[in-house]
Write a new protein. Structure first.
Length: 363
């Protein structure tokens, strides 16, 4: 349902703006105060309804975790990083890529096999694309069409049904020759995973990732999912006013962008995957190494994990996420710290905010 009423949120709310603190300390130290001021200025300048930030130390302990603004503007429900559930968008690919590598480690799937080995009825031009190429955005399968696909509100009964959105479209290039980001390709990959595993993708992720890692606030956003702590989702209209997003149904892209979670859950996930024995070290290395295209050119994308560098050439591993009414940034540093940021508005640009926060706490 589209809510046409304009929400002039900053005249309405930020005259009495406040921050919800998730930790028990009353006297904030100087670094916390500096971070609070930075984030408060950021969300007021960029008119962000609600923002959640979680930072973990090198040992996985909580360094900083706070909510700013509102999970729901009309009801005045404040953001709480422990429980406020956001759309994580393409960070769903990191969940899926990790599950794929776990299956690969356990000899349940072969990532250098063709997708046609796992899915028999495919157009000829797609049968020989490898799972690794799909997971690294080297498949040639298109991304969203002019943004329209992203706002689909149709219910697809299963992953196979969702293939019809794109499966007959011509490939953009020969697989393996170029990098071109594609969420649709991950739908194809998830069907291969289902067929190899013998269960649907949602159950696969639940059994292989969510339950063993105790991610109790992470879910596929199924149409009948009722969560008391799920935030409301906002966007800017043509005039720049903030409004509620129209309803969407993400049943066509569970692996590519269909999950919801909290900043704390996704920070914990990232730290545990990179720093515990959940996966073998060689599996983590293979998953987070950049794939390459001809001329040995790196793509800075592994198997569902991005590789980023700041202006000081420090390396970060994780993923961003953009969805209808949600923006996500979750990355780990070389020293094993993790930062997780989520906003309940489309197309929020975090810019240098994550790196500034890292410097505040890690210098």
């Amino acid at each position: 349902m589209i809510h046409n009423m304009k929400i002039n949120l900053f005249n309405l709310i930020y005259s009495s703006f406040f921050v919800i603190i998730s930790c028990s300390d009353v006297d904030l130290n100087e670094r916390e105060k500096e971070a609070d001021n930075l984030i408060n200025n950021f969300i007021q300048k960029n008119e962000i309804p609600g923002l959640s930030v979680t930072i973990l130390n090198e040992d996985g302990s909580l360094e900083y975790s706070k909510g700013f603004g509102y999970a729901d503007l009309r009801k005045r429900i404040s953001v709480n990083p422990k429980v406020s559930i956001f759309r994580i968008g393409s960070f769903s690919k990191t969940l899926a890529g990790t599950a794929l590598m776990k299956m690969y480690q356990e000899n349940k799937i072969e990532i250098d096999s063709s997708v046609g080995f796992y899915i028999k009825e495919l157009p000829d031009d797609k049968r020989n694309i490898t799972l690794r190429q799909i997971a690294g955005h080297l498949s040639g399968i298109r991304h969203y069409g002019d943004g329209d696909d992203m706002k689909l509100n149709l219910n697809y009964v299963n992953t196979s049904d969702a293939l019809k959105i794109f499966i007959k479209d011509t490939l953009l290039f020969e697989p393996g020759t170029k990098y071109s980001y594609s969420t649709h390709a991950w739908t194809l990959l998830s069907l291969a995973m289902e067929n190899a595993y013998g269960e649907n993708f949602i159950d696969l992720i639940k059994k292989e990732i969510l339950i063993p890692l105790e991610l109790n606030k992470t879910f596929a956003e199924e149409i009948d999912l009722k969560l008391e702590d799920k935030v409301s989702f906002y966007e800017k209209n043509e005039s720049g006013d903030t409004r509620l997003c129209s309803d969407v149904n993400n049943s066509w892209k569970w692996a590519g962008g269909g999950y919801v979670s909290t900043t704390q859950d996704m920070a914990d996930f990232t730290w545990k995957i990179l720093n515990t024995n959940f996966l073998l070290p060689e599996t983590v290395k293979e998953m987070t190494e950049s794939q390459k295209i001809p001329n040995d050119k790196k793509t800075n994308y592994g198997v569902g994990w991005r590789i980023r560098y700041d202006n000081e050439n420090n390396t970060y591993l994780g993923h961003t996420g953009g969805s209808v009414g949600g923006t996500t940034f979750v990355f780990s540093t070389e020293d094993k710290s993790v930062i997780s940021i989520m906003a309940n508005i489309s197309d929020a640009s975090f810019g240098s905010l994550p790196y500034q926060l890292f410097k505040i706490f890690k210098n």
